[in-house]
Design a protein around this ligand. Structure first.
Ligand code: SAH
Length: 227
């Protein structure tokens, strides 16, 4: 069974509408819908915004459904000119850009306990996802995806995340799901279509493009499941 997590309804509803024989249950306030999607057994969840909800959802999904892998799909802000609105970022690794114990001498972004800054995504999953995007003719870039509990909307914060982590896209859930998957030894991948520029104009981009970008990530995910 493949686990699929999105933060918001807009990123999940059109995917869910294609699930055959859906079975639904609510655990810890999150609705999990399982069934057959494009010939594959899946369990889906809308986790809510931010790292805490994302972690809660991923851990609950792992304990209750034992997915063989988890894919986090949705939208993100771009951190590079190579990824415009509507194009797709695929994770090679994830980082938490707001994790910072550097006053104690740690490098910025270090996740103490697992002693990592970058949590590697599953190579096979990420590679297959990027390959599907190319086949679909989508503009795609693979690289580090940065998560934090903030909507990135300034040139300064964008530059900080790019410089410190070499990340290509920013969002609010992927690295929390990545951390939970890492600890539980579940392969994961983050797939994000770009909804905004993550700078001074992102508050205008986002409402304009979130729907279109969400649909883009759903289309790619369905192609991936069909392959
Ligand atoms: N109150 C709003 C909050 C949306 S936050 C709501 O509930 O709909 C934006 C979402 O899109 C997050 O899930 C995040 O993962 C993603 N996202 C898109 N652009 C982003 C950006 N520039 N910075 C951070 N997250 C972004």
């Amino acid at each position: 069974m493949i686990g699929i997590i999105a933060a918001m309804n807009v990123e999940m509803e059109s995917l869910r509408s294609h699930i055959e024989n859906p079975e639904s249950e609510v655990i810890s306030g999150i609705r999990f819908v399982r069934g057959i999607l494009d010939g594959k057994e899946v369990v889906t969840a809308v986790c809510g915004i931010g790292k805490v909800f994302a972690a809660l959802c991923a851990q609950t999904m792992i304990l209750h459904y034992q997915p063989s892998s988890i894919i986090n799909t949705g939208v993100a802000g771009t951190l590079t000119d190579e990824l415009g609105i509507g194009s797709v970022a695929v994770s090679t690794a994830v980082v938490q850009h707001d994790m910072d114990t550097s006053p104690l001498g740690d490098p910025v972004g270090l996740i103490s306990g697992i002693n990592k800054i970058e949590i590697p995504a599953d190579r096979l999953l990420s590679g297959r996802m990027a390959a599907c995007a190319k086949v679909m003719g989508l503009k795609t870039l693979s690289g580090v995806i940065a998560s934090g509990d903030q909507f990135v909307a300034s040139a300064e914060r964008k530059a900080y995340i790019t410089e410190k982590f070499g990340a290509i896209a920013c969002e609010m859930e992927g690295a929390a799901i990545g951390q939970v998957c890492f600890v539980n030894k579940v392969p994961f991948c983050v797939l994000r279509a770009i909804s905004d520029s993550a700078d001074g104009s992102s508050h205008m981009d986002y409402p304009t493009f979130v729907q279109m970008a969400a649909q883009q990530s759903v289309s790619l995910l369905r192609r991936f499941l069909n392959a």
